[in-house]
Design a binder for this molecule. Structure first.
Ligand code: PGA
Length: 240
């Protein structure tokens, strides 16, 4: 229980006045190191200045090429950022990021000592065709190809159909998927203690139920992480 992580993925939500209001409401209320906020990039300095633990929603592999509009892992690390989200379905779908590219990002981020949160999950169609485990395995094996050091890797199980929909899988399905992820990592990479987060429509309404699932080591929270009261309610339930 006490090892649970809460990561807020604030996506491209919020304008500067929302951020200021959020920070005012939340300051001094989160002093646990296990709460990480991934703001929109332009607001990262505000969160760092207010002593939050900060993650970044995306990076580009650091290979000495110029990529207008992008941020590298070393830039992130040197700003004091600890975590990076990789493989989020919104990037896979909207920016056509492949498992191979995601694998490059994972490797690159690990060399900078960033903690990598690798997002995986199936579409509704894949779920209905009973392909969830097949998809999970494929994504894990290709996104983590040639990785040896797993201590800085966390997996976020985020079924695509649960993101932003207010629909969540049954606790039993989340439990089974989390156990399966742990098994695949153990059997294929020999690492036993991988942390698995659940993400997709987590809210103050369902957090009690979700927090009971033993195999889940924390939560990746989108929409509910931009509302200070809602986010604080969730943290209160998880309580570390
Ligand atoms: P949601 O998003 O909580 O708004 O469903 C989760 C995510 O995209 O990580």
């Amino acid at each position: 229980m006490k090892e649970k992580l809460i990561i807020g993925n604030q996506k491209n939500y919020m304008n500067i006045s929302d951020v200021n209001k959020f920070l005012k409401k939340i300051e001094n209320k989160i002093n646990d190191k296990k709460v990480i906020i991934c703001p929109s990039n332009i607001y990262i300095p505000y969160y760092l200045k207010n002593n939050f633990r900060v993650g970044i929603q995306n990076i580009v592999p650091d290979n000495n090429k110029a990529y207008t509009g992008e941020i590298t892992s070393s830039q992130a690390k040197r700003m004091g950022i600890d975590y990076i989200l990789v493989g989020h379905s919104e990037r896979r779908i909207n920016f056509l990021e492949t498992d191979k590219f995601i694998n490059e990002k994972v490797k690159d981020a690990l060399t900078k000592n960033l903690k990598v949160v690798l997002c995986i999950g199936e579409t509704l169609e894949e779920k209905n065709l009973l392909k969830t485990t097949k998809i999970i395995k494929k994504q894990l094996l290709s996104c983590l190809k040639d990785i040896e050091d797993f201590k800085n890797i966390i997996i976020a199980y985020e079924p695509i159909w649960a993101i932003g929909t207010n629909i969540i899988p049954s606790s039993n399905d989340i439990s089974k998927a989390s156990l399966y992820i742990k098994k695949v990592i153990k059997n294929n990479f020999g690492f036993e203690n991988i942390k698995v987060l659940y993400g997709g429509s987590v809210s103050s309404k369902n957090i009690k139920e979700l927090n009971e699932i033993n195999e889940v080591n924390g939560f990746l929270i989108g929409k509910s992480s931009i509302d200070a009261d809602e986010f604080l309610d969730i943290i209160e339930v998880v309580k570390f």
